[in-house]
Design a binder for this molecule. Sequence first.
Ligand SMILES: [Zn+2]
Length: 383
Amino acid sequence: MSRLATPGEVLQLIRSGEAVTRADIGRVTGLSRPAVAHRVADLLQRGLIVEDAEGPSTGGRPPVRLRFATSGGVVPVASLGARRTQIALCDLAGEVLQRTDLDIDVEEGPGVVLPLLMDTWEKLLDGRNDVVGIGLGVPATVEFAAGRVESARVMASWTGVVIPPIIAERFRVPVLVDNDVNVIAMGEHRVVYASELDDLLFVKVSTRIGAGVISGGGILRGALGAAGEIGHIPVRDGGGVLCRCGNLDCVDSVASGTAILRDLRAKGRDVMSLSDVTALVRAGDAETMAVVRQAGRWLGEVISGAVNLLNPAVVVLGGDVAEMFQPLVSGVREVVYRRSTQLATRSLRIERSRLGPGAGITGCALMVLDHVLSAQAVDAASR
Ligand SMILES: [Zn+2]
């Protein structure tokens, strides 16, 4: 570091495990011993780090290890789905402390849903007053800096709503809101892949199709937060299906969970919900497998374009459809490896989500923690 490291930067070193003793910090930052002592004392006094007494007992006095104080605060989070919302409290490492799921129809609108969320957080908090920030993932395009819901895929009554001030009125802390798939992509990347790769494409296939892009280790949002909206890229030979956006053969209209159900019903199959489809796939029903595999091929067509553009190290398929359907994933693989450039696919992995349904919660907490524990925020708070 060419200039003197700040307390906030020292905290980052301790949090990441890069430097966990005073001597380490001195070595990494080039700070003098008194300067290190001063910054560590500041972080200890603010409760951001703790000293660990235990060290290797190999004779001599072991150096005192410093550890980030993960229990020094709490982050209420919510991952909103169309019908079901996951609500949780997380610690400062992003680990879930308490969780509860609510069946809420987001179409009830922000006037109903947001107060319900806040009441639930308060119940879970049970008098705790060490909230450091709040995070939400919503099934809509979000102008991230403002927390404004731009165009809503399933929640039209939310369009134009700026969420953070509504929540900050009751909880006076930073409130961060992002698109649900971005949040899931962040969670999956950080927990499963962060140590090995920086470029990941997360595709969520559920009733709708959306994607989140991690590029160079960070989420790619685009100019207004609409990056990753791959659902409305058209496919070839989709058969002329009119999408709800007004265009023909968007991948969302031919390969989403909704489309798979519609195609099976058109073949006279008695399927009420996606779990019926899952059961048929598990039973090895040939007609269902063929429909799902074709959906996978269409999805693969759009993903191969994204792979050529972004060159991710891994494509992760998540959402309740992708997690359950082996034939869908096979269809995707078949087309992506055929269509994408050789260089982009040379070491490309295509995998299922490993974090599963909890990824949204974890991603929300990490989004908040990256913000409130950034070196800048920590230094600003000490002034
Ligand atoms: Zn469309």
